[in-house]
Design a protein around this ligand. Sequence first.
Ligand SMILES: [Mn+2]
Length: 293
Amino acid sequence: MLGENFVPIRPGFGGFDEPYERARVVFMGVPLDVTSSYRSGTRFGPARIREASMNLETYLMSADLDIFERLGVADVGDLVISSTDLAATGECIERAVQKFRDDGKVPALLGGEHTLTYFASRALKGVFIVQLDAHRDLRDEYMGDKLCHATVMRRVLDDLPPKRLLQVGVRSCSKEEAEFARSAGLRAYGVEQVLGNSGKVVADIRRRVGKAPVYLTIDLDVLDPAFAPGVATPEPGGLSTLNLFNLVRELGRLNICAFDVVELAAPYDSGITAFAAAGIVYELLATMASSPK
Ligand SMILES: [Mn+2]
């Protein structure tokens, strides 16, 4: 029915398990773990995030609603991918996202390394991409690779007009990336801006995006390592979990057509990062549940 091969996993994210046909949001795990230049283990991300999600309430005090009652959520399990053939894996991801979109669903990807965002974005035309990340991921090449976790947004920009990428919470890049970002006219909101006045940041994003569909990509390293130690590439000086909850509660009101949560390096995590990831997704789902479709 879905075209790709999935390993069914029960319970799925949050234990919602609505039938695919009736769901508005469809989760899939993408245990991609190929290009990390430092810590590996992102292949265990989907399992750890699902596990954490089972231990958080589906009623959210912040939104005064139970996601379970308000939003159809399905989880089709983990996409079966090759751990050696990145191009073939990418085609599977792209086709799955395309299929969910064709069926009117909001694809929700549990990573997995950030590279998956490139493949997912190929299936989403005419979108804005809002990237929550410590890093800009704009290198043209990294250690000889044109496509990896450090170049993923540069590859996205091969197809996406620069105006349609908005980077939030960024605080680290190379000189080459800074120069590229400047010459391309990329819009970025640094971590100080977010901490200083997140309302202004969100208002500016809303003004640029309007009602256009948005792909929200959440790299967990946007959080400070104190709040998210289990990521592939920790970057000091980031957001707190509560900062990110607040941001996601606002950004969730945009016309979210797809989202992902990436870069959980489970072997380095005590559970803090996985729970933060699940909590962020719950906040996002609750906001989507209280927003008109
Ligand atoms: Mn990233």
